[in-house]
Design a protein around this ligand. Structure first.
Ligand code: SF4
Length: 327
């Protein structure tokens, strides 16, 4: 039996469009234990959502899993048929999508949309039992059960996201994939939603893969962090390793440097120079080389190996010298 709830190994995923091939994931590795809260951090286009869709095998038609492995509780998901995946999605692994406006059906009441999950995964429950569960779940996410007959347009953005969370958690999944669950919401509502997710996570003991570009949310919510760039994890560690350590990957340093320091009187932000590498032509060696202030000759030729130090690991040639010194 595997130590991990989810293990992704050397995953390569691409999108085949009419005029090009977009290499979204390029050898991604990731591990998640039961009950763990892992933050997956990176800029837009890094491959975060592609990973979540690959786990659930919900990639659009142009998407293709080229090679690699996705194991859930030791079982290879890429070998499973669609019937197996239907039983897994929403029951054992749930997903909260980025935008509650588009993830709810506008012509069905919120109560019926939550009920659908129970009809699919718990057909043996009686109608009354299902209705009772829907009422309890709505109350848990802070919505009066009396509103279950209303339609999504009658709810605010934050309330809609609460409904989406209720749908994702009603089957008490072992793993929750939360894809930028607060991006479409204003800041005060973001804090409420993250607090709610934290409470519900404790109640159901689900593991959470939180996909975000917001390092503040990760620092508050997560136990561990994986930083992703151009479809590969470039650094992984406990939250303390990432935010308090002094051996960060240059990309992680850049992300942390982008956060405004309110204790300093500064006129300008410090963005990472350049933009995300073109996924149609991933360069040889380290994909971050064009934007890295420490780039060396070797970086443009050879993909860096993993340097592990306790709970922390980093993929960067800067740390080759440290490793050599340890021999
Ligand atoms: Fe920079 Fe080289 Fe490290 Fe890549 S491997 S992050 S280019 S120092």
């Amino acid at each position: 039996m595997s130590d991990y709830l989810l293990e992704v190994n050397d995953l390569h995923v691409q999108y085949n469009t009419d005029d090009s091939v977009v290499h979204a994931l390029n050898g991604l590795n990731l591990r998640l234990k039961e009950g763990e809260k892992l933050g997956l951090v990176g800029e837009t286009g890094a491959g975060k959502t592609t990973l979540a869709l690959s786990i659930l095998r919900l990639l659009p038609k142009v998407g293709q899993i080229v090679s690699g492995s996705i194991k859930y509780k030791g079982e290879e998901l890429l070998d499973k048929n669609e019937a197996y995946m239907l039983g897994l999605r929403g029951r054992r692994v749930s997903m909260i999508f980025q935008d509650p406006m588009t993830s709810l059906n506008p012509v069905k009441t919120v109560g019926n949309q939550i009920l659908e999950v129970l009809n699919l995964h718990f057909p043996d429950l009686s109608k009354d039992e299902k209705e009772k569960k829907v009422d309890e779940m709505l109350q848990l996410v802070g919505i009066p059960a009396s509103r279950k007959g209303e339609f999504p347009h009658q709810f605010s953005g934050g309330m809609k996201q609460r409904v989406v969370i209720a749908m994702a958690l009603i089957a008490e999944p072992e793993l929750l994939l939360a894809d930028e669950p607060t991006t479409a919401l204003d800041v005060t509502i973001q804090a409420q939603i993250m607090a709610l997710m934290g409470q519900l996570k404790e109640k159901f003991n689900s593991a959470v893969l939180l996909i975000t570009h917001d390092l503040g949310v990760v620092a508050e919510f997560c136990d561990t962090v994986s930083v992703i760039y151009a479809g590969r994890v470039v650094e992984h560690g406990a939250v303390e390793d990432i935010f308090m350590g002094n051996e960060n990957h240059p990309y992680t340093k850049g992300l942390i440097g982008c956060i405004p320091d309110l204790s300093k009187d500064e006129d300008r932000l410090h963005p990472i120079p350049g933009s995300m590498v073109d996924a149609r032509s991933i360069p040889e060696g380290c994909a971050f080389a064009d934007r890295c202030p420490h780039c060396m000759d070797i970086c443009r030729k050879i993909i860096p190996e993993e340097h592990v130090n306790g709970t922390h690991s980093v993929f960067c040639h800067l740390y080759d010298a440290i490793k050599e010194g340890e021999k």
